[in-house]
Design a protein around this ligand. Structure first.
Ligand code: GDP
Length: 457
């Protein structure tokens, strides 16, 4: 554990964006980044690997009169670039969520959808404070766009008809949050974000309400970071692997979000691997080049060290077997063995309960594997084996050993069938299900079992 000595140092809060497909997560992130850049100052944003850092000055420029920067002692906000609750649950830190706070995007016309419910479950389970972005207010019939305006002012400028239609939709969302066990209200009526969820109407398209969202995020962060997130930003670095990628000239690298401490070039690090933790030495720490320099130079620039919170690409030998979602720990002040044990303990928390009989589950990351396992437990589907990675011949062999017909199945979440496994699958009595949506995967499997049982009667 890190020694939390510098209690006054608040690091940049890590923000994740979640929500149902097409409700506007990507657009919202683009709009936040875009309007930060058009704030115009140099250093308006810093592009990280897998994340974007928006400094306090830029946020206060964007939020205008809504924010007084002297009220905050946070450096800014670090937005994780990959939206979606799938990536959110992948991103763990010491058994909890990597993101300190979250934005749950809900299409104001569409209300709660299956992935909204899934996201809420994950936020509840991880105890992550969140704000609801009630997106696409501009699609309200009769809406008159007020580009980039704070939302209350924008709403005052609308016709009575638009106002009442929007009100109706917003109260529906507030009701749905209440059904899910959260007390929520429009953000300007929320007195205490610890007890209430703020609902911010906005439009990722016109930018209306985005200043308000940033204001609420800063308020939420300040509150929660102060309470529990004062960290020692100079201690040994700790992070989470976002992705394992082959990079020309560097071999296998891990894109990592550093949530605590500092990682330096040359550090010995322990990274969670497919079988055993990997012990290796950092050869290079890479960040995207500033946009202006990209034309002539290589895509990345090397940095000597990187401190939390940040996104960085780590190049080091032996990272081929590294696992997305696994921990990265710098070995400093402790022995390699101690750190290896720590990484093992953290990975053990995610280990999935398996039975002697059941389905084979493959998923792209540890977090998604865990989410799959939870969904299957709820559906009372036993798991024979669960692993991160593409579907290989041995998975088919294992699935075949299941001793009940209906269980001879592989459920692959966001993974591919390896080419050398194709003929095995054809010759085996094993059914393969692949999907990028967990609940659909489980539903497809359940339907298959039902049909099979019906055919047998
Ligand atoms: P994601 O799947 O949640 O990342 O959703 P996207 O950001 O890709 O948005 C899905 C669709 O909704 C796209 O066609 C967007 O242009 C559109 N969209 C997103 N936000 C808004 C908005 O505020 N207003 C309108 N009118 N369309 C939006």
């Amino acid at each position: 554990m890190t020694d939390h000595t510098h209690a006054d140092t608040l690091r940049t809060p890590i923000v994740a964006v979640l929500g149902h497909v097409d409700h506007g997560k990507t657009s919202l992130l683009d709009t936040i980044r875009g309007s930060a850049v058009s704030e115009g100052e140099a250093g308006a944003i810093t592009q990280h690997i897998g994340a974007t850092d928006i400094p306090l000055d830029t946020i206060s420029g964007m939020a205008g009169e809504l924010i007084d920067p002297s009220d905050f002692d946070l450096p800014g906000l670090l937005f994780i670039d990959t939206p979606g609750h799938h990536s959110f649950s992948t991103l763990r830190a010491r058994g909890g969520a990597l993101a300190d706070i979250a934005v749950l995007v809900v299409d104001v016309n569409d209300g709660f959808q299956p992935q909204t419910e899934e996201a809420i479950d994950i936020l509840r389970r991880t105890g992550t404070p969140f704000v609801v972005a009630a997106n696409k207010v501009d699609t309200t019939p009769g809406w008159n766009p007020q580009d980039g305006e704070p939302i209350q002012r924008s709403m005052e400028a609308q016709s009575e008809r638009a106002k009442s239609m929007l009100d109706e939709n917003l109260y529906e969302i507030i009701g749905q949050l209440s059904d899910a066990g959260f007390s929520a209200d429009l953000y300007w009526r929320v007195q205490d974000f610890q007890k209430n969820i703020g609902v911010v109407p906005l439009s990722a398209l016109t930018g209306e309400g985005v200043p308000d969202l940033l204001t609420v995020l800063m308020g939420l962060s300040q509150r929660f970071m102060k309470e529990e997130m004062a960290i020692d930003v100079t201690g040994p670095g700790e992070g989470t692997v976002l992705e394992v990628k082959d990079e020309r000239g560097f071999g296998a690298t891990v894109d990592t979000v550093v949530y605590d401490g500092v990682i330096r070039n040359g550090d010995t690090v322990v990274v969670g691997g497919q079988d055993e933790p990997i012990v290796t030495e950092v050869r290079a720490l890479l960040r995207p080049r500033p946009l202006a320099e990209i034309r002539t130079e290589k895509e990345f620039e090397k940095v000597g060290e990187i401190g939390a919170a940040a996104g960085v690409k780590i190049a080091a030998p032996d990272l081929d077997e590294a696992m997305a979602g696994a921990p990265v720990r710098v070995v400093r002040d402790r022995t390699v063995d101690q750190v290896v044990e720590e990484v093992k303990a953290e990975l053990a928390e995610i280990e999935v309960e398996t039975a002697d009989n059941g389905v084979v589950v493959k998923a792209d990351t540890l977090g998604s594997l865990e989410a799959m396992a939870n969904a299957l437990r709820e559906a009372e589907v036993p798991i024979l084996r669960a692993e991160v990675g593409d579907i290989a011949p041995r998975d088919i062999a294992v699935a075949e050993t299941a001793n009940q017909d209906e269980h001879k199945a592989i459920l692959g979440f966001n993974v591919d069938l390896l080419q050398n496994a194709e003929s095995d699958l054809e010759n085996a009595d094993v059914k393969l299900f692949k999907n990028k949506v967990i609940y659909q995967l489980v539903e497809d499997y359940e339907r298959y079992v039902e049909e099979k049982q019906r055919a047998q009667q």
